[in-house]
Design a protein around this ligand. Sequence first.
Ligand code: ZN
Length: 375
Amino acid sequence: MRKLTLIALLLALALAGCAPAWQLTLTGGDAPVVFDAAAWKALAEELPDPDREDALRLEQVLWEAGFPAVERVAVGGASYEWNDLHDSAWLTRRGVLELGEAEIELGPASELAVTPPALLAQAEASITDIAPTIAQALGVPAPAQATGRALTAERAPHVALVYLDGFGYLRYQEARAAGWIPNLAALGEPLCALTVYPSATRNATAALLTGAPPIINGVRDRDLRTTEAETILDVLKEAGRSNQVVEGNALAFNLRNATFKLSGDVDGDENTDDEVLANTLAVLEGGMPDLLFAHFHGIDDAGHGDGPDSPVEIARIQEADRGLGEIIQRLPSGTLLIVFADHGMRAVQEDERQGNHGTLLARDMFIPIILYRCP
Ligand SMILES: [Zn+2]
């Protein structure tokens, strides 16, 4: 019996010794990043993938390694468009890189070259900068764990956030060129900014409110609805400052310490933006709070259901722009207006959807942030 155990132990040791050590060097970012079996294990323990136990989503690995957007990857002389691969690229525990149909056995000195989109060179802000910007404007501390920075040093008596769900930076530029958004265009050039991965509303809202990325605020999974980290709403509450959040028909994210108003689709036109606008104008009628937060969902809903660049989506963009025009007219003088998106949208061919987001592709990751001081 004892002999058998010894043989088993020796066999296990031999097998462990035979298992090839793998190491993947990721190039194309600021500096090469080495990802190996130990890094794999650490990330898998921190963020187990709900779909697979034996593999990490390569997109998650790239984000954690510091790549905020991806256009193409190359390995072993072959190049792959990220658009074709984002959902079928995995890195297994044993060091196999699965890229769609291709399976690449990694060795001790493998390299993956990452090409980010050219637009990355223009990125000058992050969704995590918005909470520090609000704090700076209103003269309160930034949320405790914020890593973002204030985008203006100026103070303001009020801040108005106009949150255009799913209206990415590239779509903004197309809409502006097409003449669909005269009111937005009149506010001046937007900052080219990045959202966080996964590029989805809950993760982006957590980053927006905390001023910190998912690894800090804890909202790394797109199903999480709450964060333990301090938010700008917590800070305002602590400072005795007022806020009013106008949301659509439900809260996608727990807005702790918000004074909020939901906007159901009372007229049954399958769009809550008209109700969000009416509720926002009603708030302004009653007196501007220190922070106003109006979340328009129409562009995102139309992007998913009918597709980006569908007639419905274009109508929602134009409607949001008209609504913005009405809001601006009623904002008190000196208000700092911040118009932004949480993520973008790209066309997909799926059974139930014409558009989606959530990846590291440029259409999903780049967002506009527009700062405007009301006269
Ligand atoms: Zn969406």
